[in-house]
Design a protein around this ligand. Sequence first.
Ligand SMILES: NC(=O)c1ccc[n+]([C@@H]2O[C@H](COP(=O)([O-])OP(=O)(O)OC[C@H]3O[C@@H](n4cnc5c(N)ncnc54)[C@H](O)[C@@H]3O)[C@@H](O)[C@H]2O)c1
Length: 337
Amino acid sequence: MQITVTGAAGYIGSHACLKLLDDGHEVHGLDNFSRSFERTVQALQRAGGGRFHFTHVELNDQRATTAALKLHAPEIVLHFAAFAVVPESVQFPLLYWHNNVGATVSLLNAMDAVDCGKLIFSSTCATYGEPAPEHIPIGEDCPQRPTHAYGESKLACEHMMQAWVQSHALAERDRGVVFLRYFNVAGGDHLDRIGEDHDPETHLVPICLRAATGRHAPLIVHGNDYPTPDGTCIRDYVHVEDLVQAHIEAIKVIPRRDTLAMNVGTGVGASVIEVLRACSLAAGREVPFRMGARRNGDPPRLVSHPEKIFRLTNWRPARSSLEDIARSAWRWFAKEK
Ligand SMILES: NC(=O)c1ccc[n+]([C@@H]2O[C@H](COP(=O)([O-])OP(=O)(O)OC[C@H]3O[C@@H](n4cnc5c(N)ncnc54)[C@H](O)[C@@H]3O)[C@@H](O)[C@H]2O)c1
Protein backbone atom coordinates (compact mmCIF):
# COMPACT_ATOMS: atom_id res chain seq x y z
CA MET A 1 0.00 0.00 0.00
CA GLN A 2 1.09 3.60 -0.63
CA ILE A 3 0.86 5.40 2.72
CA THR A 4 1.67 9.01 3.61
CA VAL A 5 2.76 9.74 7.17
CA THR A 6 2.79 13.32 8.50
CA GLY A 7 5.14 14.02 11.38
CA ALA A 8 7.30 11.17 10.07
CA ALA A 9 10.46 12.41 11.77
CA GLY A 10 8.72 12.69 15.14
CA TYR A 11 8.66 10.09 17.88
CA ILE A 12 5.48 8.17 17.06
CA GLY A 13 5.43 8.97 13.33
CA SER A 14 8.92 7.51 12.86
CA HIS A 15 8.00 4.30 14.70
CA ALA A 16 4.90 4.05 12.50
CA CYS A 17 7.05 4.47 9.36
CA LEU A 18 9.40 1.72 10.53
CA LYS A 19 6.57 -0.73 11.11
CA LEU A 20 4.95 0.08 7.75
CA LEU A 21 8.32 -0.37 6.00
CA ASP A 22 8.94 -3.63 7.87
CA ASP A 23 5.51 -4.78 6.65
CA GLY A 24 6.51 -4.04 3.03
CA HIS A 25 4.54 -0.84 2.39
CA GLU A 26 5.70 2.14 0.32
CA VAL A 27 5.91 5.05 2.78
CA HIS A 28 6.07 8.79 2.09
CA GLY A 29 7.04 10.79 5.16
CA LEU A 30 6.32 14.51 5.56
CA ASP A 31 7.83 16.73 8.24
CA ASN A 32 9.20 20.24 8.76
CA PHE A 33 11.65 19.21 11.55
CA SER A 34 10.13 21.83 13.86
CA ARG A 35 10.13 19.24 16.67
CA SER A 36 12.41 16.54 15.31
CA PHE A 37 15.72 15.73 13.68
CA GLU A 38 17.00 14.81 10.23
CA ARG A 39 18.94 11.89 11.73
CA THR A 40 15.63 10.09 12.30
CA VAL A 41 14.82 10.33 8.59
CA GLN A 42 18.25 8.92 7.82
CA ALA A 43 17.51 5.96 10.10
CA LEU A 44 14.22 5.40 8.25
CA GLN A 45 15.98 5.58 4.90
CA ARG A 46 18.47 2.96 6.07
CA ALA A 47 15.62 0.71 7.21
CA GLY A 48 13.41 1.32 4.19
CA GLY A 49 15.45 -0.22 1.39
CA GLY A 50 14.28 2.42 -1.13
CA ARG A 51 10.64 2.25 -0.02
CA PHE A 52 10.90 5.29 2.25
CA HIS A 53 10.46 8.65 0.55
CA PHE A 54 10.66 11.92 2.42
CA THR A 55 9.51 15.47 1.72
CA HIS A 56 10.48 18.40 3.94
CA VAL A 57 7.25 20.39 4.03
CA GLU A 58 5.36 22.79 6.28
CA LEU A 59 1.81 21.45 6.40
CA ASN A 60 0.37 24.93 6.80
CA ASP A 61 1.69 25.64 3.31
CA GLN A 62 -1.32 24.42 1.35
CA ARG A 63 0.33 24.50 -2.05
CA ALA A 64 3.48 22.67 -0.91
CA THR A 65 1.44 20.06 0.95
CA THR A 66 -0.72 19.38 -2.11
CA ALA A 67 2.40 19.13 -4.28
CA ALA A 68 3.91 16.69 -1.76
CA LEU A 69 0.83 14.45 -1.78
CA LYS A 70 0.84 14.46 -5.58
CA LEU A 71 4.38 13.02 -5.58
CA HIS A 72 3.21 9.66 -4.15
CA ALA A 73 -0.59 9.68 -4.38
CA PRO A 74 -1.50 8.01 -1.06
CA GLU A 75 -4.23 5.46 -0.49
CA ILE A 76 -4.27 6.47 3.15
CA VAL A 77 -2.76 9.17 5.37
CA LEU A 78 -1.60 8.76 8.97
CA HIS A 79 -1.61 12.26 10.49
CA PHE A 80 0.79 12.53 13.43
CA ALA A 81 2.19 16.05 12.84
CA ALA A 82 1.27 18.44 15.63
CA PHE A 83 2.63 20.34 18.58
CA ALA A 84 1.90 18.43 21.78
CA VAL A 85 3.36 20.19 24.81
CA VAL A 86 0.57 21.12 27.20
CA PRO A 87 2.25 23.97 29.15
CA GLU A 88 3.43 25.51 25.87
CA SER A 89 -0.14 25.40 24.58
CA VAL A 90 -1.31 27.26 27.67
CA GLN A 91 1.33 29.93 27.11
CA PHE A 92 0.92 30.20 23.33
CA PRO A 93 -2.61 29.02 22.46
CA LEU A 94 -2.66 30.58 18.99
CA LEU A 95 0.46 28.63 18.06
CA TYR A 96 -1.51 25.48 18.76
CA TRP A 97 -4.61 26.56 16.82
CA HIS A 98 -2.39 27.53 13.90
CA ASN A 99 -0.12 24.51 13.89
CA ASN A 100 -2.57 21.78 14.84
CA VAL A 101 -5.86 23.02 13.39
CA GLY A 102 -4.56 25.22 10.56
CA ALA A 103 -2.19 22.55 9.29
CA THR A 104 -4.98 19.98 9.40
CA VAL A 105 -7.24 22.21 7.27
CA SER A 106 -4.40 22.39 4.78
CA LEU A 107 -3.87 18.61 4.87
CA LEU A 108 -7.55 17.82 4.29
CA ASN A 109 -7.64 20.22 1.32
CA ALA A 110 -4.53 18.55 -0.08
CA MET A 111 -6.13 15.12 0.37
CA ASP A 112 -9.18 16.34 -1.54
CA ALA A 113 -6.88 17.52 -4.33
CA VAL A 114 -5.44 14.00 -4.75
CA ASP A 115 -8.78 12.32 -3.99
CA CYS A 116 -7.53 10.49 -0.92
CA GLY A 117 -10.21 10.15 1.73
CA LYS A 118 -8.80 7.68 4.25
CA LEU A 119 -7.20 9.11 7.36
CA ILE A 120 -6.02 7.90 10.76
CA PHE A 121 -5.79 10.87 13.11
CA SER A 122 -3.61 11.09 16.24
CA SER A 123 -6.01 12.33 18.86
CA THR A 124 -5.47 12.26 22.57
CA CYS A 125 -7.01 11.47 25.94
CA ALA A 126 -6.41 15.19 26.61
CA THR A 127 -9.66 15.82 24.70
CA TYR A 128 -11.46 14.37 27.75
CA GLY A 129 -9.96 17.02 30.04
CA GLU A 130 -10.35 16.13 33.70
CA PRO A 131 -13.07 13.46 33.74
CA ALA A 132 -15.31 13.04 36.76
CA PRO A 133 -14.49 9.94 38.87
CA GLU A 134 -17.54 8.08 37.49
CA HIS A 135 -15.99 8.28 33.98
CA ILE A 136 -12.78 6.51 34.99
CA PRO A 137 -11.68 4.23 33.41
CA ILE A 138 -12.34 6.47 30.42
CA GLY A 139 -14.55 5.21 27.62
CA GLU A 140 -15.09 7.00 24.31
CA ASP A 141 -18.46 8.25 25.56
CA CYS A 142 -16.81 10.26 28.33
CA PRO A 143 -17.68 13.95 27.75
CA GLN A 144 -14.91 15.74 25.85
CA ARG A 145 -14.08 18.89 27.80
CA PRO A 146 -10.42 19.76 27.18
CA THR A 147 -8.80 22.11 29.65
CA HIS A 148 -6.03 23.59 27.48
CA ALA A 149 -5.34 24.71 23.91
CA TYR A 150 -3.55 21.47 23.01
CA GLY A 151 -6.60 19.34 23.88
CA GLU A 152 -8.94 21.91 22.33
CA SER A 153 -6.96 21.92 19.09
CA LYS A 154 -7.19 18.13 18.83
CA LEU A 155 -10.92 18.13 19.59
CA ALA A 156 -11.41 20.86 16.96
CA CYS A 157 -9.65 18.60 14.44
CA GLU A 158 -12.02 15.75 15.32
CA HIS A 159 -15.02 18.04 14.75
CA MET A 160 -13.57 19.34 11.50
CA MET A 161 -12.99 15.80 10.22
CA GLN A 162 -16.54 14.83 11.13
CA ALA A 163 -17.79 17.71 8.97
CA TRP A 164 -15.33 16.75 6.22
CA VAL A 165 -16.55 13.17 5.90
CA GLN A 166 -20.18 14.31 6.03
CA SER A 167 -19.74 16.97 3.37
CA HIS A 168 -18.30 14.37 1.08
CA ALA A 169 -21.04 11.92 1.94
CA LEU A 170 -23.43 14.41 0.34
CA ALA A 171 -21.25 14.48 -2.75
CA GLU A 172 -21.05 10.66 -2.78
CA ARG A 173 -17.33 10.75 -2.20
CA ASP A 174 -15.79 8.11 -0.03
CA ARG A 175 -14.20 9.58 3.06
CA GLY A 176 -13.52 7.98 6.43
CA VAL A 177 -11.48 8.86 9.50
CA VAL A 178 -10.44 6.95 12.61
CA PHE A 179 -9.60 9.08 15.65
CA LEU A 180 -7.17 7.19 17.86
CA ARG A 181 -7.17 8.85 21.27
CA TYR A 182 -3.82 7.89 22.69
CA PHE A 183 -3.02 7.67 26.37
CA ASN A 184 0.67 7.95 27.44
CA VAL A 185 3.00 6.64 24.78
CA ALA A 186 6.49 5.42 25.69
CA GLY A 187 9.24 2.94 24.73
CA GLY A 188 11.21 2.42 21.55
CA ASP A 189 11.85 0.20 18.54
CA HIS A 190 12.56 -3.48 19.38
CA LEU A 191 15.68 -3.34 17.18
CA ASP A 192 16.85 -0.02 18.72
CA ARG A 193 16.93 1.72 15.32
CA ILE A 194 15.06 4.74 16.70
CA GLY A 195 13.69 5.92 20.05
CA GLU A 196 12.04 8.85 21.77
CA ASP A 197 14.03 11.96 20.97
CA HIS A 198 12.56 15.32 22.00
CA ASP A 199 14.34 18.54 22.90
CA PRO A 200 13.19 19.75 25.34
CA GLU A 201 11.88 16.47 26.71
CA THR A 202 8.56 16.56 28.56
CA HIS A 203 7.68 12.85 28.85
CA LEU A 204 8.23 10.89 32.04
CA VAL A 205 10.14 7.82 30.79
CA PRO A 206 12.89 9.69 28.88
CA ILE A 207 13.15 12.25 31.69
CA CYS A 208 13.74 9.39 34.17
CA LEU A 209 16.38 7.85 31.88
CA ARG A 210 18.16 11.18 31.41
CA ALA A 211 18.18 11.71 35.16
CA ALA A 212 19.60 8.19 35.64
CA THR A 213 22.70 9.10 33.63
CA GLY A 214 23.52 11.86 36.12
CA ARG A 215 24.13 14.23 33.22
CA HIS A 216 20.67 15.78 33.50
CA ALA A 217 18.61 17.29 36.30
CA PRO A 218 16.90 14.93 38.77
CA LEU A 219 13.29 14.06 38.07
CA ILE A 220 10.74 16.27 39.81
CA VAL A 221 7.73 14.29 40.98
CA HIS A 222 4.83 16.73 40.77
CA GLY A 223 2.80 15.92 43.86
CA ASN A 224 2.74 12.91 46.19
CA ASP A 225 -0.48 13.71 48.00
CA TYR A 226 -2.97 12.47 45.39
CA PRO A 227 -5.64 9.93 46.39
CA THR A 228 -3.66 7.04 44.84
CA PRO A 229 -1.85 4.15 46.61
CA ASP A 230 1.59 5.86 46.63
CA GLY A 231 0.26 9.43 46.35
CA THR A 232 1.60 10.06 42.82
CA CYS A 233 -0.44 10.41 39.62
CA ILE A 234 -1.50 7.32 37.72
CA ARG A 235 -1.42 7.19 33.91
CA ASP A 236 -2.03 4.51 31.28
CA TYR A 237 1.27 3.78 29.47
CA VAL A 238 1.16 2.16 26.05
CA HIS A 239 4.29 0.97 24.24
CA VAL A 240 4.89 2.89 21.02
CA GLU A 241 5.01 -0.38 19.03
CA ASP A 242 1.63 -1.41 20.46
CA LEU A 243 0.31 2.02 19.55
CA VAL A 244 1.58 1.68 16.00
CA GLN A 245 -0.06 -1.75 15.78
CA ALA A 246 -3.33 -0.06 16.76
CA HIS A 247 -2.95 2.07 13.61
CA ILE A 248 -2.48 -1.04 11.48
CA GLU A 249 -5.68 -2.46 12.98
CA ALA A 250 -7.48 0.88 12.60
CA ILE A 251 -6.74 0.90 8.86
CA LYS A 252 -8.85 -2.27 8.60
CA VAL A 253 -11.90 -0.63 10.20
CA ILE A 254 -11.94 2.83 8.60
CA PRO A 255 -15.63 3.60 8.24
CA ARG A 256 -17.20 4.77 4.99
CA ARG A 257 -18.44 8.37 5.08
CA ASP A 258 -18.11 8.48 8.85
CA THR A 259 -15.65 8.79 11.70
CA LEU A 260 -14.79 6.24 14.39
CA ALA A 261 -13.17 7.13 17.73
CA MET A 262 -11.18 4.57 19.71
CA ASN A 263 -9.08 4.99 22.83
CA VAL A 264 -5.63 3.45 22.70
CA GLY A 265 -4.58 2.54 26.20
CA THR A 266 -4.08 -0.69 28.07
CA GLY A 267 -6.67 -0.17 30.81
CA VAL A 268 -3.91 -0.60 33.39
CA GLY A 269 -2.52 2.38 35.26
CA ALA A 270 0.96 2.98 36.67
CA SER A 271 2.04 5.66 39.11
CA VAL A 272 4.97 8.03 38.65
CA ILE A 273 6.86 6.12 41.33
CA GLU A 274 6.23 2.80 39.58
CA VAL A 275 7.53 4.23 36.29
CA LEU A 276 10.56 5.62 38.08
CA ARG A 277 11.31 2.18 39.58
CA ALA A 278 10.96 0.46 36.19
CA CYS A 279 13.38 3.00 34.69
CA SER A 280 15.86 2.45 37.55
CA LEU A 281 15.77 -1.30 36.93
CA ALA A 282 16.19 -0.89 33.16
CA ALA A 283 19.08 1.55 33.53
CA GLY A 284 20.71 -0.45 36.32
CA ARG A 285 21.06 2.67 38.45
CA GLU A 286 18.93 4.88 40.63
CA VAL A 287 16.82 7.62 39.07
CA PRO A 288 17.54 10.67 41.24
CA PHE A 289 14.35 12.56 42.05
CA ARG A 290 12.85 15.11 44.37
CA MET A 291 9.29 15.80 45.35
CA GLY A 292 7.70 18.95 43.96
CA ALA A 293 4.34 20.65 44.13
CA ARG A 294 1.29 19.48 42.20
CA ARG A 295 0.85 20.96 38.72
CA ASN A 296 -2.42 22.60 37.77
CA GLY A 297 -4.68 20.36 35.74
CA ASP A 298 -3.02 17.02 36.59
CA PRO A 299 -5.89 14.65 37.46
CA PRO A 300 -4.95 11.85 39.91
CA ARG A 301 -5.82 8.96 37.57
CA LEU A 302 -6.25 8.78 33.79
CA VAL A 303 -6.77 5.24 32.56
CA SER A 304 -8.44 4.04 29.39
CA HIS A 305 -11.37 1.68 29.21
CA PRO A 306 -10.15 -0.23 26.12
CA GLU A 307 -13.33 -2.23 25.52
CA LYS A 308 -14.17 -0.56 22.19
CA ILE A 309 -10.84 -1.13 20.45
CA PHE A 310 -10.79 -4.70 21.81
CA ARG A 311 -14.30 -5.28 20.42
CA LEU A 312 -13.85 -3.68 16.99
CA THR A 313 -10.31 -4.81 16.19
CA ASN A 314 -7.82 -7.57 16.96
CA TRP A 315 -5.61 -5.10 18.80
CA ARG A 316 -4.29 -6.19 22.18
CA PRO A 317 -1.33 -4.61 23.93
CA ALA A 318 1.61 -7.02 23.72
CA ARG A 319 4.61 -4.96 24.82
CA SER A 320 3.14 -2.41 27.22
CA SER A 321 4.42 -3.75 30.55
CA LEU A 322 6.45 -1.09 32.34
CA GLU A 323 9.42 -3.43 32.09
CA ASP A 324 9.22 -3.68 28.28
CA ILE A 325 8.64 0.04 27.92
CA ALA A 326 11.56 1.06 30.15
CA ARG A 327 13.96 -1.55 28.75
CA SER A 328 13.35 -0.65 25.11
CA ALA A 329 13.59 3.06 25.89
CA TRP A 330 16.84 2.57 27.80
CA ARG A 331 18.50 0.38 25.15
CA TRP A 332 18.11 3.08 22.49
CA PHE A 333 18.95 5.86 24.92
CA ALA A 334 22.15 4.16 26.11
CA LYS A 335 23.23 3.59 22.49
CA GLU A 336 22.50 7.09 21.19
CA LYS A 337 22.78 9.55 24.08
N1 LIG B 1 3.53 11.14 22.71
C1 LIG B 1 2.37 10.93 23.34
O1 LIG B 1 2.34 10.39 24.46
C2 LIG B 1 1.07 11.36 22.70
C3 LIG B 1 -0.13 11.20 23.42
C4 LIG B 1 -1.32 11.57 22.81
C5 LIG B 1 -1.34 12.07 21.51
N2 LIG B 1 -0.16 12.23 20.85
C6 LIG B 1 -0.22 12.78 19.48
O2 LIG B 1 0.57 11.96 18.65
C7 LIG B 1 1.17 12.74 17.62
C8 LIG B 1 2.66 12.47 17.56
O3 LIG B 1 3.23 12.77 18.83
P1 LIG B 1 4.81 12.66 19.06
O4 LIG B 1 5.02 12.40 20.50
O5 LIG B 1 5.39 11.75 18.05
O6 LIG B 1 5.24 14.16 18.75
P2 LIG B 1 6.58 14.68 18.04
O7 LIG B 1 6.71 16.13 18.39
O8 LIG B 1 7.71 13.77 18.34
O9 LIG B 1 6.25 14.55 16.49
C9 LIG B 1 5.47 15.47 15.79
C10 LIG B 1 6.17 15.71 14.45
O10 LIG B 1 5.36 16.58 13.65
C11 LIG B 1 6.21 17.55 13.02
N3 LIG B 1 5.38 18.72 12.78
C12 LIG B 1 4.72 19.47 13.69
N4 LIG B 1 4.06 20.47 13.09
C13 LIG B 1 4.29 20.36 11.75
C14 LIG B 1 3.88 21.10 10.62
N5 LIG B 1 3.10 22.18 10.73
N6 LIG B 1 4.31 20.70 9.39
C15 LIG B 1 5.11 19.61 9.27
N7 LIG B 1 5.54 18.87 10.31
C16 LIG B 1 5.13 19.24 11.54
C17 LIG B 1 7.33 17.78 14.04
O11 LIG B 1 8.50 18.31 13.45
C18 LIG B 1 7.54 16.38 14.59
O12 LIG B 1 8.49 15.67 13.84
C19 LIG B 1 0.81 14.18 17.90
O13 LIG B 1 -0.27 14.54 17.06
C20 LIG B 1 0.38 14.16 19.35
O14 LIG B 1 -0.59 15.15 19.62
C21 LIG B 1 1.04 11.90 21.40
